[in-house]
Design a protein around this ligand. Sequence first.
Ligand code: COO
Length: 256
Amino acid sequence: MTDAILLIDEPAPYVRRLTLNRPEARNALSSPLLVALAEALEAAGDDANIRAVVLTGGAKVFAAGADIKELATRDTVTGLLDARTALWGRIRRFAKPMVAAIDGYALGGGLELAMHADIAVAGPTAQFGLPEINLGFIPGGGGTQRLARIAGQQLAMKLILTGEFADAKTAHAAGLVAEIAEDAQLRGVEIAAKIAQKAPLAARLAKELVLAARDTPLETGLAFERKAIAALWGTDDFKEGVGAFLEKRKATFAGK
Ligand code: COO
């Protein structure tokens, strides 16, 4: 039995899974855990053999938020100079596809972390919330900015102002998760494994373009897309993909 706060394994070819492992604190995101996450994502980003990441808290709870016991000592100065801001930036800059497998609570910083995933799969027990207002403050890891962009202002306002939780069905209806699966842990790996078999350069550019679309004028985004597809048409993977189709065989992408 390990006491590592972040478990790392590779459940499928080219897939790395990061499992938050602080069950005694419902996977609360302590600063050491955020550091471990940032380091693990940067390592996965630098590893050519990794093409997709699964982020999960395991089958019982995703993450109950920032560690409240750690937060208790915060004040305005430490809030303004919070080292966690840089850690969130390192997590945000992960450029490969990330799939979140969410069972149980994804609250506060836990939901903010989950919203960094490109594809989120919720199990039937998943619950989502930004209940910081119960503690006298507001989300501080991007929740006020991402939740409205992803799931709409009405749900964002309701969760942030009331501290209520949304269940998996509500989250799915609002577009906060891509799907609900009976076994989110299995389905998360399945999705990541499928992505990892695709052309990795195309996957990275597709992620960057779709994320950019949220905040980019259409004409600019279309120009970005055009340049990206032109770049991909110069890759070996493009030749492999089209060649495999014409030769009626499965493509094998090398990321070149
Ligand atoms: C939690 C809950 C809604 C439900 O948790 P459970 O009912 O499953 O179990 P407990 O409430 O008894 O919590 C178990 C255990 O985890 C307990 O520790 P002990 O008393 O030592 O046994 C809790 O203190 C601990 N726990 C749970 N969540 C946290 C935690 N320790 C530290 N930090 C956190 N977050 O009852 C609940 O409401 N949790 C807090 C949810 C919340 O308000 N999250 C926002 C935090 S602030 C933030 O994310 C961003 C700041 C900028 C999970």
